[in-house]
Ligand binder design. Structure first.
Ligand SMILES: Cc1cc2nc3c(=O)[nH]c(=O)nc-3n(C[C@H](O)[C@H](O)[C@H](O)COP(=O)(O)O)c2cc1C
Length: 174
């Protein structure tokens, strides 16, 4: 049985969901089972998952509320599994040019859990985004799509490689 990975995400405008889908697609290509799901609709237990990736859009320096709540709600089960976190936010090329450190919400989670890695990807804000401020940003020409799918897929491949390696080790030692 391949390892099963949950890719849970918190999104307001949908762009983080698309990142989660891309991560899940790479994991599947690597021979794992991967479910991208909105963090708010994940079942009460993570028992069927061997590893978890959690991502959230950034809003005013905070991780999306659904991603924060997900970490709280599943704290015990997450502590017993390898966890990867990602954020999606900057509306410029900065995330492709350098490491953007985690926001405090994420930093705190990293202190509590066995987080293998956190990464910040560029964000996306386009016509039709929800909220007055979002619409102002777009109207002022400060929106755009800064998601770097090459970087996203490379990060997912690293996760896949780690999980496939441990899968093989489990089999050879069992
Ligand atoms: C009101 C508002 C506040 C934002 N605050 C931040 C922020 O603090 N840091 C950041 O990097 N991006 C910020 N962004 C950009 C969003 O994180 C980006 O659009 C992201 O892709 C949204 O994810 P979603 O489409 O999944 O909701 C903000 C966008 C809006 C509309």
């Amino acid at each position: 049985m391949p390892k099963r990975v949950l890719v849970a995400y918190g999104t307001k405008n949908g762009s983080t969901a698309r990142i989660a889908d891309a991560i899940a697609a790479v994991l599947r290509k690597d021979g794992l089972a991967a479910d991208p799901l909105p963090a708010r609709s994940v079942a009460a237990t993570l028992a069927s998952y061997d590893a978890v990736v959690v991502g959230g859009g950034l809003y005013a320096g905070r991780w999306h509320r659904d991603a924060r709540r997900f970490l709280r709600r599943h704290r015990a089960e997450l502590a017993a599994r390898p966890v990867w976190l990602f954020s999606s936010g900057p509306l410029d090329a900065s995330a492709s040019e350098r490491d953007i450190p985690p926001v405090p919400d994420v930093r705190r989670a990293m202190d509590r859990l066995d987080v293998r890695e956190h990464i910040t990807f560029g964000g996306c804000l386009e016509e039709g985004a929800k909220g007055f401020v979002a619409r102002m940003i777009v109207r002022n020409g400060k929106g755009g799509d800064f998601r770097d799918f090459t970087a996203i897929e490379a990060w997912a491949s690293r996760i896949g490689a780690e999980l496939v390696d441990t899968h093989d080790q489990d089999r050879s030692s069992g």
